[in-house]
Design a protein around this ligand. Structure first.
Ligand code: BGP
Length: 487
């Protein structure tokens, strides 16, 4: 008789927590020897071009923004001043019962220009202190090594990841991190949303962002190849230096549906999915999948690989798959379909789904589908390292923030996660995005808020930076205390 038990809920030791990124929280952009980063010029470039989509920033505007390095009011330079508030913030995370806190290290704090041989001790010391503060409360740091930024100097000298030379700069940085934080950081991730590197500047750090310029597809996939190699080397280093640590990849996942049951739409959605899962195919399975050969041939891409690269990709397979999940998309074979509106929407409108204030199509069931698909395809532990609702919060007359909409969003997603666990998916943890309000990656605004903790600061940088608990704070505390039973 075949008899196996179905899990009843989240496993013991499930990593509940929240996720952030250095350039969206830290501030202190020029303090203690830190160098300027690419993230700190993106917003300026967007402002100058007056556009919403960061992926179409032109080369010229990025260059102008880079030339002006004096302004410290830009959102990704001021963050929420976590640099000086980390003790208070981590204490609040601990009060919610966090088991894990995902944060990124600002590469330019460790190597201000990226190409030095000796790291900046003050930068390393800052993260020593942050990790110590986490451990004081039994919180595991989950560290992204590169979250949408790099030392700006590497963009100016190497054109970011477009150059193979950046691999050596990166691996010098990662070696320093693994040695310094051996036994201190148990969970690492190499690149945040690595698929963003085929979208433009934020991912590649290369001045290639105008898609109308010929050769962009070539440049982006070549830059991405360099990131794959750098990631594989980092995985190997991590395993050699600290065999007890786990290191994963990180993908921006949008579950993709066919617009109709018309096989042409289904095939279009399948291709869309392949182009999205290509990244995890390389990083989890350790090789380029065959379907990309055809894509490269049809899109004029000829990858420059060195002998040994393919072996490295095999040796540098990740231990787990981390991913962000905010929404799903719809793909049709032709353009004759109503497009979803809002920022960062790539596909068609799904009439069955509601949207966030920014038009992101909210789809909790899609998360369950994604989890099942990932588990079927990869058989490595999964980690939801971002999920959340960006919303315009209002301070009520009673001085509080009653964010029931956020609770609803998170509750529905956690419910579907639980279903996936019962389906048999191996899920390690859940770090929702932005446990404390922070600067938005895509809009660089403060008013797109995700947090359980409100931060008194407006889009222009006015405010006391005072932290206060929203209604969702007590709710998440209860969720964690009951290991996801009391939703
Ligand atoms: C992901 C990024 C994060 C983040 C989040 C929410 O793409 O990894 O850095 O900010 O999305 O996006 P946004 O800030 O644009 O609302």
């Amino acid at each position: 008789m075949y008899s196996k038990t179905i899990p009843t809920g989240f496993p013991k030791g499930f990593l509940w927590g929240g996720a952030t990124a250095a350039n969206q929280i830290e501030g202190a952009w020029n303090i203690d020897g830190k160098g300027l980063t690419t993230a700190e010029v993106v917003q300026k470039a967007q402002d100058r071009q007056n556009i919403e989509n960061m992926n179409v920033i032109s080369k010229e505007t990025v260059a102008t923004a880079i030339a002006d390095t004096t302004d410290d009011l830009y959102p990704k330079r001021r963050g929420i001043d976590f640099y000086h508030h980390y003790k208070e913030d981590i204490k609040l995370f601990a009060e919610m019962g966090f088991k894990a806190f995902r944060l990124s290290i600002a590469w330019a704090r460790i190597f201000p220009k990226g190409d030095e041989t000796t790291p900046n001790e003050a930068g390393l010391k800052f993260y020593d202190d942050v990790f110590a503060e986490c451990h004081k409360y039994g919180i595991e740091p989950v560290v992204t090594i590169s979250h949408y930024e790099m030392p700006l100097n590497l963009t100016l000298t190497n054109n970011g990841w477009a150059s193979r030379a950046t691999i050596a700069d990166f691996t010098r940085y990662t070696e320093v991190l693994f040695k310094r934080y051996k036994g201190i950081v148990k969970y690492w991730m190499t690149f945040n949303e690595i698929n963003a590197s085929t979208w433009g500047f934020m991912g590649t750090g290369a001045l290639d962002s105008d898609l109308d310029v010929p050769g962009q597809t070539q440049l982006r996939y070549q830059a991405l190849h360099h990131e794959f190699v750098a990631s594989a080397i980092a995985v190997k280093q991590c395993h050699e230096i600290d065999p007890a640590a786990k290191i994963g990849c990180m993908l921006a996942r949008m579950q993709t549906y066919a617009n109709t049951p018309n096989p042409a739409d289904v095939r279009a959605a399948q291709l869309q999915d392949q182009l999205n899962l290509f990244f995890t195919d390389v990083q989890v399975r350790g090789e380029y999948p065959e379907y990309m050969n055809r894509f490269f041939a049809e899109n004029g891409v000829t990858l420059q690989m060195e002998s040994g690269d393919e072996a490295l990709l095999q040796e540098g397979k990740v231990d787990y798959l981390g991913f962000s999940y905010y929404m799903s998309t719809v793909t049709a074979a032709d353009d004759n379909v109503e497009k979803a509106s809002g920022n960062l929407n790539f596909g068609g409108k799904n009439p069955y789904l509601e949207t966030s204030d920014w038009g992101w199509q909210i789809d909790p069931t899609g998360l369950r589908i994604t989890l099942n698909e990932f588990w079927d395809r990869y058989r490595v532990p999964l980690f939801i390292v971002e999920n959340g609702l960006g919303a315009l919060d209002e301070v009520s007359a009673d001085g509080k923030i009653h964010d029931d909409y956020r609770i609803d969003y998170l509750r529905q997603h956690i419910q579907q996660m639980k279903e996936a666990v019962k389906d048999g998916v191996d899920l390690m943890g859940y770090t929702m995005w932005g446990p404390i309000d922070l600067i938005s990656a895509s809009t660089s605004e403060m008013s797109k808020r995700y947090g359980f903790i409100y931060v008194d600061q407006d889009d222009e940088g006015n405010g006391t930076l005072k932290r206060s608990r929203k209604d969702s704070f007590a709710w998440y505390q209860k969720v964690i205390a009951s290991n996801g039973e009391d939703l």
